[in-house]
Write a protein that binds this ligand. Sequence first.
Ligand SMILES: NC(=O)c1ccc[n+]([C@@H]2O[C@H](COP(=O)([O-])OP(=O)(O)OC[C@H]3O[C@@H](n4cnc5c(N)ncnc54)[C@H](O)[C@@H]3O)[C@@H](O)[C@H]2O)c1
Length: 265
Amino acid sequence: MTSPTAPTPRVAIVTGAAQGIGRAISLRLASEGFSLGIADLSSSIDKLQDVVREVEQMGVRCVAIPTDVSKEKDVYELVAQTVTALGRLDVMVANAGIAPVASFLEMTPELLDTIYSVNVRGVFLCYQAAAKQMIKQGKGGRLIAACSTSGLRTGPNVSGYCSSKFAVRALNQGAALEFGKYGITANVYCPTVVETDMWKNIDEHITNMQGIEAGTYTQKRRDLNPMRRNATPEDIAGMVAFLASKDASFVSGQAMQVTGADWLS
Ligand SMILES: NC(=O)c1ccc[n+]([C@@H]2O[C@H](COP(=O)([O-])OP(=O)(O)OC[C@H]3O[C@@H](n4cnc5c(N)ncnc54)[C@H](O)[C@@H]3O)[C@@H](O)[C@H]2O)c1
């Protein structure tokens, strides 16, 4: 039983939490003592429930809330249900994203709309719904979103994805400027290659386009990285834990690279 003098645990939401980077962020924030509202598409509910079990084994409260981040009603429900279950909201990690590969000439307007609906509209909705709750609580908060090195420099065959991540960086800067007076910070993380299912799909498309063996592009990226490896989901989770921590209370409006010096500006 919690003692009456024990500090109330901070509460975080993580979207796209069923696998990959979102799962690693959830486990890392749980290890820091955060109570969690974790979200993903209803089609990923089994994997999301597995993450709930892992988090609960760490002695941390966790609720799984099926959410499509492109839907306004879902995102507002995600915040409301998390607050009902866990009492408050301190950190929003808008991690969910999609990365279809298509050349500029092959890209359809429909595909561009789909990418933007998840990566841009999704982050916008998560930031807005969370900020409203944090302002109501009056104790500040942390807004954190998935950007990418693709949000800093565009590459061929992913211009739709890259432009959506540029937009995430702009939304984040706007949030930092408007919410600073409420004690709310806003920052994005910009990973290089992280070998998740998303990356596997990108590798398959690129190697297929180039007529080379699947996995070759991933290996090339490992070899080209000054640290001779790609990022792990845990590398990214470490950055998110920092941005959610007390130590980052005056860090805002930033795009934090986690790249092993793979990309330097
Ligand atoms: N993997 C990389 O190399 C890499 C690099 C830079 C940035 N990122 C970004 O990091 C984030 C996580 O990437 P990942 O590699 O873990 O991807 P992933 O594909 O492994 O996982 C993404 C998760 O988001 C969920 N999701 C997709 N659409 C959703 C929606 N509309 N609503 C709710 N959930 C949804 C998926 O079901 C999945 O569980 C993404 O925003 C991605 O763009 C990834």
